[in-house]
Design a protein around this ligand. Sequence first.
Ligand SMILES: [Zn+2]
Length: 432
Amino acid sequence: MNTFYSLLLSQPVSALTGAGLYIATYLSFLSLLKYPRNWKLPSASSTLVTGALAAFTVAFVSVSPSNPEVSLDVSTMLFLSGFIIVLFGIVSSPAIDFNPGSRRVVEFFANFGDTAGVWMLLPALVGAYAFPEAKLQGVLAAAITVELVWYFRHKSTVKRHPYSLDEHDTLVLNTQAKGNIEGFAKRHGISELEFLADGLQWNGCNKNTLPCPFNLYTNRLGLNTAPCCREHMKDLAYYVSTCLKDLNVDYWLEGGSLLGAVRENGNLLAWEDDVDISFLLDDKTTWSSITKALSERGKQDGYYIDAFGGEGLISISYDRPLLWPMRWERNRMRGEIRLDLVAYRRAVNQGQAIVERNSKKGVLPKTDSGWYGLAEEIVFPTSTIRFLGNDIPCPNKPQTYLQTLYQDYQTIEYLYVSSEAAETRRSTDTVQ
Ligand SMILES: [Zn+2]
């Protein structure tokens, strides 16, 4: 046997190789989670890469090096496959739990998203004892180290800012909780709520804490957006608007944010889960120029920027970008405060000048080229509207824009809220 193979088969090197393969699989899996967080299906190529890395890790550990016939150790293979599936299930739960169709088991693991990974310590110890193989021990040690680091990073007691919930927030919370707010908070892991002698207190998020998982609270539980998150969404909207103005980009308030500005007198919808702005791609603003400029500014000012080229979507988050590879671990967070910046471009549809986008939005009509769009004159020249205390560009005909997007926009519809939570909520808001 030559020197290379004897080195590879030496115990420490085998363990280190196993650990390296696990870390690569883990990072690849984390990068996949950004898709469900943005309501998208992961791309086939990245899913394939993650699957191949996981399969290779399991194969590397399960093929016995001591046997020259290269025999497969089936029990090690089954144990490690099960271990990775359960651990990755736990890791991904917080990222997918806000989806209204999410299952109870996902919610259970998401509620304990900061700690549940550490529970795998016990199966890891049992596995390491039952299958005394250096390669397996390397993988298990790497997995548990990653979980311990994640756990201790969020164990630090960063000061949260206390907020009181206003009357409407409390009414909605009480209705969804059917009068038992404490039990409801416990069941759904609403850790921000504190019960004081003189009432409720909301311990708010900031840039140094994990964000409140308010997508879960608004979309699944039908609550109002948390007061801290509302405040950060306002800062984020102002920040992005200033950047776009500086970059001389044509942009306008879009979707639910425009609806809030028009229907709710310049406020956010009570259950808003993101801010929507759209912009025009043209000769002066190309996809690469805007993503590059925003990424650079975000890095400097402490905002995380992720671009989805195929969708024409730039997602800008309130949380601070960390250094790679910690950066991808943000996909394990249970919530985020985000602004969706969507690209439109000019086109001609049945002889009429339009602007169109790649992704579906509301009931925006399909265009000749198979995308989604509306007449250019509804958007340009843009006007301005009051939104969260600042003037921001909006479509030239905001009412027509909203009609094209949502038809009867004056009627309150609980978009993206689970049907059961929406039904309970409807009674609260009609009583109001
Ligand atoms: Zn918050």
